[in-house]
Structures are given as structure tokens and as C-alpha cells.
Design a protein around this ligand. Structure first.
Ligand code: PLP
Length: 387
């Protein structure tokens, strides 16, 4: 193992954790005591340190305690869990919801209870690791199509016609480029070839669609998709928790058979209560979603006119393309010297020759933060001959 670790270090892909000593937000304090502008969190709606959510969590801590010390079906279901499940279903326009400790668990526990060796799972090549792992735990036949490539998907659907059920699986937003899955076309193909659809809205919920209801809103498909998975750990407050929401029979069956649900603890009451408050806030106003959309459009336009190469995106993710791994690392380090906290991504996280800096915009950002970020990118970009 020491040898293995040395190999990872020598390959330059050893991941170090950077320590933050403040709450999550637009401005964070890093371990050396400096305050920096944060452009690499999934805090899309700026709710990670929201006072209303903290108040709801504090109140639940007093009324419902710290933990439940049980799985849901033994003695771990509080009224808060049921309310949160209903709130999630209302938000997505679905029939029912089942909570998990994380979306990793939701995806890990969704396939095996529903499908067997007679069935087919047809999965986008760039789907999240948790989807890939969930599929591995299931006996269904596996098919893969190139990222968002509808002719490849159609080809796979044709091959899978002899199977009993077909399930097409896609991320809503692909986290490295920020592109949105073409759910309208996926849905048409699913109808044509008699398949079900599952979408993971982790990076799209709260972000994509006019009111942030996700990719199903973006394509007018609310209530039409069989399975939606998502996380409470990104736009929705950023604490912990995942869910599967969709058709009633599917959720029912998952409650009976999904292993991460049956054999893992309920989420803490404070997290459930804050989640309920969060969805109430979403019902009251779309202010945060609108601010996020405005911020994102502003950032992309200014960066493009500064000369940066940004991948086509419809989310809060902007991939600033640099192509060279060392350059992306160097640029991220120089940006940190300018007080801008971003991360360089390179092989094996993205394909070779596709190195980039991923910028994530938040409703927590003010115009001055965006301007400071764009100015720093421009300065460092010129220094490094990127623009
Ligand atoms: C972040 C993410 C997950 C994991 O969510 P957790 O709740 O943190 O486990 C799953 N799927 C996708 C697409 C994600 O982006």
C-alpha cells in the first residue's frame, strides 16, 4: 500500500484536502487565515449557511433530538421524514419520495430491487460514479451510450429490445462540462422503444429550469419521468441526504427492498427539518434561482468576451478550457494568490488533453465577487498566455 501510495504521488494525482475554517459561502476562510472568494462549491443557491435553515435545524434539535438511532422501518421514521418526502415530491411534481443518507446511496440502491437479468440498463458514458456502482450491483444487462449521443442511445435501445424492461439512465447536468442531458429526445426515444427513464438531478435541481425545478422543468416533462434521484448536499442546503422520487409503485418497491434504505440509518431530524423549510422557501419565491441564472449568464458573457474558451453549458458550471494539465494546476494556484478559490481538473478526472478549471457560480455571489473573479482570470490568463 505504501508502494501504491507512492505511485499515486509520483503520477501527480494524489488528492490533498484543503482545510476551510469558516462556514461554506461566497467568502471562505482557509487554513492559513486568508479569506478567499469561493468558486468551487456546489452551494448553488447560497443556502449552506442560511439563517432560516439554521433556525429550522436548531428548533428540530430541541424538539426531535440529535439522532434517531434506527433505520426507517424499525423505529427511525419521524414526522419530519414523512414531511420532507412529501415536500420533495411536490417540488418535482412526482407521486412519492424515499429518503437516503446520500444520493450515492439512492443510486446504489435503485437498480437491484427493480430489475433483474431479463432487463436492460442503458447508461450515459459520463454518468456519476454512484450510478455506475449501482448498476454493478444489479444483474440487468448493461448497455452504454456516448455522452448525450442520441443516435448511439437509439442503437443501444434497438439491441436491448429483446429484454423484458429497458431503463435509460442519465445525469441531469454532467459535472465536468455543465451540459444538460437532452431529456426531450431521451423521452421520445423511450416512448418509441418502450423504455423507462431515470434522471439524476443532483447538479440540476435548484439550478436548471426557469424556477429551478430541474431538467424535467427545462423540457416540460414534469411528472412524466419514472425515476428522479437527487441530493440535499448541493443546492438544497448542502448538508447531507439523498432521495429517489417518482412513480408510486417504484418508490413502494424501493421501501421494501432497497438495501441502503433498509440497512442504513435515517437522516438526522435537524437535516430533515431544514430540508422542509428549504422547500417552503422554494414555494415562496424564485429569487435565488433568478439570481443564480443572472449571475451565471453575466459570468459566462464576460469571460467569453475576455477571450476564454468555455464549454457549452446550461447550468451553474463553467468549464474554462486550458487543455494542458500542468497549466490548469498552475493557473488555479495563481488564481488562489489573487484570492480566487477554484480547482483545476485533468486526467483521469477528465479525458487526456481536456484539462480545465471548473468554475461554479452561486446565488451567494454578488456582482463585485464575479467582477473580482473575472479580473483575476484575465490577469492570470494574460500572464500565462491563455488569452
Ligand atoms: C454529487 C452527486 C451525487 C452524490 O450525492 P451525495 O448526496 O453527495 O452522495 C450523485 N449523483 C450525482 C450526479 C452527483 O453530482
Amino acid at each position: 500500500m505504501q508502494h501504491e501510495l507512492k505511485g499515486i504521488e509520483e503520477a501527480g494525482i494524489y488528492k490533498k484536502e484543503r482545510v476551510i475554517t469558516s462556514a461554506q459561502g461566497a467568502i471562505i476562510r482557509v487554513a492559513d487565515g486568508n479569506d478567499v472568494l469561493n468558486f468551487c462549491s456546489n452551494n448553488y443557491l447560497g443556502l449552506s449557511n442560511n439563517s432560516q435553515l439554521k433556525e429550522a435545524a436548531t428548533k428540530a434539535l430541541k424538539t426531535h433530538g440529535y439522532g434517531v438511532s434506527s433505520v426507517r422501518f424499525i423505529c427511525g421514521t419521524q414526522d419530519l421524514h414523512k414531511k420532507l418526502e412529501a415536500a420533495i415530491a411536490r417540488f418535482f411534481g412526482t407521486e412519492d419520495t424515499i429518503l437516503y443518507a446520500a444520493c450515492f446511496d439512492a443510486n446504489g440502491g435503485v437498480f437491484e430491487p427493480l430489475l433483474n437479468e431479463e432487463d436492460a440498463i442503458i447508461s450515459d458514458a459520463l454518468n456519476h460514479a454512484s450510478i455506475i456502482d449501482g448498476i454493478r450491483l444489479c444483474k440487468a444487462q448493461r448497455y452504454r451510450y456516448a455522452n448525450a449521443d442520441m443516435s448511439d442511445l437509439e442503437l443501444q435501445l434497438k439491441v436491448a429490445q429483446s429484454q423484458r424492461f429497458r431503463l435509460i439512465v442519465t445525469d441531469g447536468v454532467f459535472s465536468m462540462d455543465g451540459n444538460v442531458a437532452p431529456l426531450d429526445k431521451i423521452y421520445s426515444l423511450a416512448e418509441k422503444y418502450n423504455a423507462m427513464v431515470m434522471i439524476d438531478e443532483s447538479h440540476s435541481a435548484g439550478v436548471v429550469g426557469e424556477t429551478g425545478r430541474g431538467v424535467t422543468e427545462r423540457y416540460n416533462l414534469r411528472g412524466k419521468i419514472e425515476i428522479i434521484t437527487g441530493t440535499l448536499g448541493k443546492a438544497f442546503g448542502g448538508a447531507i441526504g439523498g432521495f429517489t422520487t417518482g412513480k408510486r409503485e417504484i418508490i413502494d418497491l424501493l421501501r421494501q427492498r432497497s438495501r441502503p434504505y433498509l440497512f442504513s440509518n435515517s437522516i438526522p431530524p435537524m437535516v430533515a427539518a431544514a430540508g422542509i423549510r428549504m422547500f417552503e422557501m422554494m414555494d415562496e419565491t424564485n429569487e435565488l434561482q433568478e439570481k443564480l441564472h443572472k449571475n451565471t449568464a453575466y459570468f459566462i458573457e464576460k469571460m467569453k468576451s475576455a477571450g476564454f474558451d468555455i464549454k457549452p453549458t446550461e447550468s451553474a458550471i463553467s468549464a474554462v478550457m486550458l487543455y494542458d494539465a500542468r497549466l490548469s494546476e498552475k493557473m488555479a494556484a495563481k488564481l488562489l494568490d489573487e484570492g480566487i478559490y477554484v480547482t483545476g481538473f485533468y486526467y483521469p478526472v477528465v479525458p487526456k488533453g481536456q484539462a480545465r478549471i471548473r468554475v461554479q457560480i452561486s446565488a451567494a455571489h454578488e456582482l463585485e465577487h464575479l467582477d473580482k473573479c473575472i479580473a483575476a482570470f484575465s490577469k492570470v490568463g494574460k500572464d500565462l498566455n491563455v488569452i
